[in-house]
Design a protein around this ligand. Sequence first.
Ligand code: SF4
Length: 396
Amino acid sequence: MYFQASEDDFKPQKPLDFGTSSYALRPAMYDDVTQEQWADWRWQHRHRIRKLDDLKACFELTDQEVEAFVRSEDSFRVAITPHYAALMNRQDPACPLRLQAVPQEGELTTYNFELEDPLGEEAHMPVTGITHRYPDRVLFYVSHHCPVYCRHCTRKRKVSDPNTTASRAQLESGLDYIRRTTSVRDVLLSGGDPLTLSDERLGELLKELRAIKHVEVIRLGTRNPVTLPQRITPELCQLIKDFGPVYVHTHFNHPDELNADALAALQMLQRAGAVLGNQMVLLKGVNDSKEVVFTLNRKLLYAGCRPYYMLQCDMAQGITHLRTPLRKGLEIMAYLRGRIGGMGVPHFVVDLPGGGGKIELLPEYLERTYDGPDGEVLVFKNWSGERFEFVDAGEK
Ligand code: SF4
């Protein structure tokens, strides 16, 4: 059912559109803001929308959104950068960017199968702030803050909570663990968002990690290119250059997020030698559409950022309303293959609950097998639905 080509697949695609800077789209409440202020990431941070009155001044909110804001305020705060707010539809509650940042009614419903820590990250913590699950890799939590608090965040249990801020002592103890654990070859700086740290603090961390002989790979997981592209400054890029290669995993979920500012940010990172990859989360109403993912991945490739993962949304508390059936992900994978080069086809993965790790899912291309005169014959269906026979090599 997944595999079917049509004449439309062979027609020229619409040219990519990165639009304008978000400054040109800013909500009326920012009318007096200068372009220089808008381009300053510290200004953006200070002027994030955090209160209901500010949200109401910016958007036409539904009664359900107001109620969800009030009732979720204590458990998972709201923060939206002026940049991200400018990209959203102010009238339409179904706007795919708005669904990611403005609390929804669905957050208030909890289910028995939902988990506070869906990936068992706390259970695999040899020291506070380090998750060590695979032999060679660690996740290093260096900040629990983010420019925008995504409603689908899998770490709602601690992200946005001021009581969980990583102290200097905690960062030191994390570095110390990595120094004495020689099996660790790969360190992912995560959070929250590591780019909420100052350049100075981030530079210290990168320098310390680079000085550890057994650390071969340094990665940075950040949504700043999406929610606060102004954070990608020449000073930050210099750090990436100095301590590179740094693999930057970002998190675009919808093509409208990749506007002119985000494109410029990705290009700056790329010129600084960062190796860019995107980790998209499949979300109902946001990107559970093959056309949306196709366009996003075209834009990402143009920007030099490889679509790396398409992640099935975790079983975290209060995000079930955003989850999609696995079948939807498989349908999107089958659509992408053949219609976009292999670099534009991400790995579709499920991160298993309790710390089981990632598994990859693929559409079923193998239809049947039979014994032929020269060995086993496998009958495959390709991306467009045509059948092909492949004689296996056997074990001789
Ligand atoms: S940027 Fe990442 S860590 Fe921060 S709220 Fe969004 S999903 Fe969670």
